[in-house]
Design a protein around this ligand. Structure first.
Ligand SMILES: [Ca+2]
Ligand SMILES: [Ca+2]
Length: 271
């Protein structure tokens, strides 16, 4: 019996020592007098798939353009159609086709330029209502029209040319539905005016209407806004010349109730 007690004691002792040794080997911590070491009882796991970051490359960047678009644009405002002002050439300024007698006819010219113009060989020609053309007058050599001055042709029946002081005259006549053209000696067209309703008229745009009656005058305006009233005696444009020419007979002329023939001795007029 005592042997079994001893044996049990030995076995128990060995077991405790073994347990102590095992615990010493596998404890998660151990200590010494001055240092403390710790180990984990869980082994760190190593990532099997480490993440590798690759800086992405940038490709296909848009190519900057070298040109710089203008931020402002040049705006050119087109001017309205220029207002025809005073003509730069001699114009037919007034016409009468009948006075107290049907032969009391005249054509007045006006020089809106600043220079005297020699009229030698210049021509006035007419077309009657049927379109038949003939000479009204060929201005004789030595005749001229001063700057801003006038020049007058008239019929000479019964001394009408003396009455109006015509610079040139003859027996030719004008009538309703006629037209007149002013030509340089080389037949360069200078001006035209028609009235009424004739055939193949010398005309700018359309004919002036109506036909003037006895002692009335078809008179060229001084300005674009001139009217019969302003062009009449006492009107604001009476002494402003007759230089407005837009090549449009009905627009460029007004009908004067009483004509006013002017000649080379009349006072000059300027707009
Ligand atoms: Ca004209
Ligand atoms: Ca006149």
């Amino acid at each position: 019996m005592f042997k079994y007690v001893i044996l049990f004691f030995l076995v128990s002792t060995i077991g405790l020592v073994s347990l102590k040794v095992s615990h010493s080997f596998f404890t998660s911590s151990a200590s010494s007098q001055q240092n403390v070491f710790s180990v984990s009882d869980v082994f760190p796991t190593m990532s099997s798939s480490p993440t590798i970051t690759i800086n992405p490359s940038i490709t296909n960047l848009p190519t900057p353009t070298s040109s710089i678009e203008p931020t402002t644009s040049l705006i050119i405002t087109p001017s309205l159609s220029p207002t025809p002002a005073v003509a730069h050439h001699i114009v037919i300024s007034e016409v009468q086709i009948a006075g107290s007698a049907t032969t009391q006819d005249f054509v007045e010219l006006y020089n809106p330029t600043n220079s005297l113009i020699d009229l030698s060989g210049w021509k006035l020609r007419k077309r009657i209502s049927t379109g038949t053309e003939s000479s009204l007058v060929v201005i004789t050599a030595g005749k001229s029209v001063s700057a801003h001055g006038f020049f007058l042709w008239s019929n000479n029946s019964s001394g009408y040319n003396i009455t109006v002081g015509a610079d040139v005259s003859n027996g030719n006549t004008l009538a309703s539905d006629n037209s007149v053209i002013l030509l340089m000696p080389n037949d360069t067209v200078v001006d035209k005016v028609a009235w009424g309703n004739g055939t193949n008229q010398f005309v700018e745009s359309t004919a002036f209407s109506p036909n003037p009656t006895a002692n009335q005058g078809i008179e060229r305006k001084a300005y674009i806004n001139s009217t019969t009233t302003t062009m009449n005696v006492g009107g604001s444009d009476e002494l402003k010349g007759n230089g407005f020419d837009s090549d449009n007979n009905p627009f460029d002329f007004v009908l004067r109730s009483s004509s006013q023939p002017q000649n080379s001795t009349s006072s000059t007029e300027s707009p």
